[in-house]
Design a protein around this ligand. Structure first.
Ligand code: HEM
Length: 190
């Protein structure tokens, strides 16, 4: 997959390091090594501060899907949910202690993805337009040429879980799972 510049699209190392942790946790280390071999990734291990081709992430996830029979979209959601605790740890200094799921989502674009871009201008996190509808609904418009909204849905679920609010938060994807622009509803029960 390429972005408009015609150059190969790259993503921040954290996303790959956490994909490795996800595979190791759901399966084991040798599964990870086998996956890399099968998709032909030859460079040494992923580094937190590196940048790596988005295509490699898709290749690894699709191979894992073929090997396990779990649909790739499902794996992307599981991976999104899994990566939240570590991602929040890495970017802890931008999180206000009083935030819960609602506030975290409302502030992701400005405070979290904003910080990611300011810390490393090679990154290009997805554009998230978060609109508040009263006190119990957020509408998140996801836009990215990478078409990774499964990860977005998973991250939202992971954030709710992180704050112990999984029971009161419902996440509904309104568009095609591989669309570039996807609307996601997040409902909060009182
Ligand atoms: C809460 C703290 C968050 C942090 C620290 C964070 C951090 C990051 C980072 C570092 C990347 C890689 C960007 C790049 O290399 O260009 C990324 C990508 C991504 N983020 Fe976040 N993120 C957060 C919240 C969210 C939320 C709430 C969503 C969904 C609603 C989300 C959806 C995504 C998706 C889907 C990607 C994959 C790339 C793409 O789709 O273009 N993130 N994020």
């Amino acid at each position: 997959m390429t972005i408009d510049t015609g150059l190969q699209d790259m993503m921040h190392g954290s996303i790959f390091v956490l994909l490795k942790r996800f595979v190791e946790s759901a399966y084991n280390y040798s599964t990870w090594v086998r996956l890399l071999e099968k998709v032909g990734v030859e460079h040494p291990t992923y580094q937190m501060q590196g940048m790596y081709p988005t295509d490699e992430l898709f290749a690894i996830v699709h191979q894992a899907s073929e090997d396990t029979g779990i649909p790739a979209y499902e794996l992307m959601e599981q991976y999104g949910e899994f990566l939240v605790p570590d991602l929040l740890l890495v970017y802890k200094k931008y999180i206000k202690p009083e935030w819960r799921t609602f506030e975290m989502l409302l502030n992701t674009e400005e405070s979290m993805h904003g910080a990611v871009k300011r810390e490393d201008d090679r990154t290009s996190p997805p554009r998230l337009l978060v609109t508040k509808r009263g006190n119990d609904r957020l509408i998140i418009d996801y836009h990215s040429k990478r078409r990774m909204c499964g990860v977005a849905v998973g991250i939202i679920r992971g954030i709710a879980k992180h704050y112990g609010e999984a029971d009161r938060v419902t996440v509904t994807r309104m568009s095609d799972p591989y669309a570039e622009t996807v609307q996601i509803l997040v409902d909060f029960k009182a």
